[in-house]
Write a protein that binds this ligand. Structure first.
Ligand code: ATP
Length: 183
C-alpha cells in the first residue's frame, strides 16, 4: 500500500492517477474523497457528519469516525486479499492520524509519501478548481505533516503530477523499497 498524505489541493489525486500508469502492475486508488463521496449528500448533508468552518477547518462527528473505521477495515481486507492500493489521505491530526492508519492496516506493508506544496500555490489551485471550501489548502498545507514520518517526500509546487509520479515509481521499483510484489 502506498499512502499519499498532503493538504487539500496539494496534488495527491493527480499523482495517484499518474502513479497508476507509471507503476508496474495494477493499482487501485481510494482515499478520503472516495469515502466522503459515499456519505449522504456526498458530504454536503447534516447527516454526513462532516462540516467545514468559514476558515476551512474541518469538523467530524463520532458517527463519521465510526464509519471511517469501518471503511478502513474494508480496505484492509482488500489489501490483504492481494490488491495493490494507493491511499489518498489528508491526515488532519498529523502523526496521530498516521498511527491510526498504521494500526488499521496492521500487517500490510505501507510506503508513506508526503505530498507538499507551497501554501500560496495550493490556495491558487483551490481557488481555480472551485469545488473546495476556500481556506482549506492554506490551513492544511503544513499541519497535516506534523509528526508524520515519511519514506519519501515530493513537492508538487513546480513539478507536474506525471513527473512526481515518475519519481515515486522509480523509488518504489528501486531496490530501496518494495511495498508489494510487482509484476
Ligand atoms: N503538480 C501540479 N501542478 C499544477 N496543478 C496541479 C498539480 N497537481 C494538481 N494540480 C491541480 O490542482 C487541483 C487539485 O489537484 P488534486 O485533486 O490532485 O489535489 P488533492 O491534493 O487530491 O486535493 P484534495 O485533497 O482537495 O482532494 C486540480 O485542479 C489539479 O489539476
Amino acid at each position: 500500500m502506498i499512502v499519499l498524505n498532503g493538504g487539500s489541493s496539494s496534488g495527491k489525486t493527480s499523482i495517484a492517477r499518474a502513479l497508476q500508469e507509471s507503476l508496474p502492475g495494477t493499482w487501485l486508488t481510494f482515499g478520503v474523497d472516495t469515502f466522503i463521496e459515499a456519505l449522504p449528500g456526498r458530504g454536503d448533508s447534516l447527516k454526513s457528519g462532516i462540516s467545514y468552518g468559514p476558515d476551512g477547518t474541518v469538523v467530524v462527528t463520532e458517527q463519521y469516525k465510526r464509519l471511517e473505521r469501518a471503511w478502513y477495515s474494508a480496505l484492509h481486507t482488500l489489501a490483504h486479499s492481494g490488491a495493490n492500493i494507493i491511499l489518498d489521505e489528508v491526515l488532519l491530526s498529523g502523526g496521530e492520524g498516521q498511527r491510526r492508519l498504521q494500526s488499521a492496516f496492521d500487517g500490510v506493508p505501507m510506503l508513506w509519501v508526503g505530498v507538499r506544496c507551497d501554501p500560496e500555490v495550493a490556495a491558487a489551485r483551490e481557488c481555480s478548481r472551485g469545488d473546495r471550501v476556500p481556506g482549506m489548502a492554506r490551513l492544511q498545507a503544513s499541519r497535516v505533516h506534523d509528526w508524520v514520518v515519511y519514506d519519501i517526500e515530493i513537492d508538487t509546487t513546480a513539478r507536474y503530477p506525471e513527473a512526481c509520479a515518475q519519481l515515486l515509481a522509480d523509488f518504489v521499483t528501486s531496490k530501496r523499497y518494495s511495498p508489494v510484489e510487482t509484476e
